[in-house]
Ligand binder design. Structure first.
Ligand SMILES: [Zn+2]
Length: 324
C-alpha cells in the first residue's frame, strides 16, 4: 500500500513547495527501501527454482549452494565445449523461461549476447570482479574438430581455475538465490560456506602441488590455463592443440620453435592426448599431464574431485612410478 501512496504523491512533488518535496523524498526513500526488501521478482511458491547454467563448474556450485531449493539444468551435450556451443532454439527458449540464468561472463558462451534473455533472470557471476579478468593479447582462431573454427575472444574465460575467483562466482550465485528465496537464506549460506571451505582446501592443495613447477616453464595444450598460471605463479606458453588429434608437420614445427623458447618438461593437456602425441613428446623428455578444466561434465568424478585429481597427476613421475 505504501508504494501506491508514494506513487500518488509523485506528481505533487513539483509544485515548488520545499516542505512537501522533503516529505515526498523521505517517503520515496522509505519506499525504495521497502521495495528492495520485498524484491518484486521474488518467487512465492516453494517449488524448486528453475536455474539454467552455462557450464559444469557453475552447475556444481549452484547445486552445492541451492540444494533442494533449486532445480539446476546444464543442457549442453557431453561432447561439446560449452564455451563455444550454440544451443538449439528450443534450448534457448528453456533458458528464457528459467527463474535464473547463471552466466560465467568473460565472453563465455557467446550465444548469450546474441539471444534475448530476460534481464531480470541473468546473473553474471564474474561481473563483480571485472578488474581481475585476464585480457588476451592475441585472440586466436583455430579449428576444434567437428565443431569447426572458433575464436577465443578478448578475455580469458576459464575463471574457475583460480579457486579464489571461483569463490567469488559462488558468492554471486548465493546472492542471486537469496534474493529469490529469502526464506531459504540459512540453507544457501550453509551451502556456500561448505563450498567455500572446499575451494579454500583446493587452493591450498594446488598451491602446494604447483609450487615446485614455478621455476620451470610449462606448456599448455590450449589457451585455457591463464587464471591457474596467474594464481600459482606458473610460466606457461600455450599451444592450440586438441586432445586426441595428432598435429601435422606444420604444427610440430611450430611446437619445436615454442619449445626452443620455453624448454618445458611438462605439457598440460585439457583432455587425454593421442598416444602417438604422448609418445613423441615423451621421447623428447616432455611429460603430458591431463589437467581437465571440466567446463563440461567430467566422465567420472564430480567437479571438485576432478580438480583434486588434476594435481594428483602432477606428482613427480618417479613417485607415481609411471609417466602419464
Ligand atoms: Zn580453442
Amino acid at each position: 500500500m505504501t508504494r501506491i501512496a508514494v506513487r500518488d504523491l509523485v506528481p505533487g512533488r513539483a509544485p515548488g513547495r520545499p516542505g512537501s518535496c522533503l516529505v515526498a523524498l523521505a517517503l520515496a526513500l522509505a519506499c525504495s527501501d521497502a521495495t528492495e526488501k520485498g524484491t518484486p521478482t521474488r518467487v512465492e511458491t516453494s517449488s524448486p527454482l528453475s536455474v539454467y547454467v552455462v557450464n559444469h563448474p557453475l552447475e556444481y556450485f549452484t547445486q552445492r549452494i541451492g540444494g533442494g531449493h533449486v532445480d539446476v539444468v546444464f543442457p549442453a551435450p557431453a561432447d561439446v565445449d560449452p564455451a563455444f556451443w550454440m544451443p538449439p532454439p528450443e534450448t534457448i527458449a528453456a533458458y528464457q523461461k528459467a527463474d535464473l540464468i547463471i552466466e560465467n561472463g568473460a565472453g563465455y558462451a557467446r550465444w548469450i549476447g546474441q539471444a534475448s534473455l530476460p534481464r531480470g533472470s541473468r546473473v553474471d557471476t564474474s561481473a563483480g570482479f571485472k578488474d581481475r579478468l585476464i585480457q588476451l593479447e592475441d585472440a586466436t582462431t583455430h579449428g576444434h574438430g567437428p565443431s569447426g573454427e572458433h575464436s577465443h575472444g578478448a578475455t580469458a574465460f576459464t575463471i574457475w581455475l583460480d579457486p579464489t575467483l571461483a569463490t567469488l562466482q559462488a558468492r554471486a550465485i548465493a546472492e542471486a538465490l537469496v534474493a529469490r528465496r529469502p526464506d531459504a537464506e540459512p540453507d544457501f549460506r550453509a551451502g556456500l560456506a561448505g563450498l567455500e571451505a572446499d575451494l579454500a582446501a583446493l587452493d591450498r592443495q594446488w598451491a602446494a602441488a604447483l609450487a615446485p613447477l614455478a621455476d620451470d616453464p610449462l606448456l599448455f595444450s590450449h589457451p585455457v590455463y591463464q587464471y591457474l598460471a596467474r594464481r600459482y605463479g606458473l610460466e606457461g606458453r600455450s599451444l592450440h592443440w586438441e586432445p586426441g588429434v595428432v598435429p601435422d608437420d606444420r604444427a610440430w614445427s611450430a611446437f619445436d620453435r615454442l619449445h626452443a623458447e620455453a624448454p618445458a618438461r611438462i605439457l598440460l593437456f585439457e583432455g587425454e592426448p593421442h598416444p602417438r602425441v604422448r609418445d613423441r613428446l615423451s621421447a623428447m623428455g616432455i611429460r603430458t599431464i591431463l589437467f581437465e578444466p571440466a567446463g563440461n561434465r567430467p566422465a567420472e568424478l564430480d567437479w571438485l574431485a576432478t580438480m583434486h585429481s588434476n594435481v594428483e597427476r602432477l606428482a613427480p613421475a618417479e613417485t607415481l612410478g609411471e609417466s602419464h
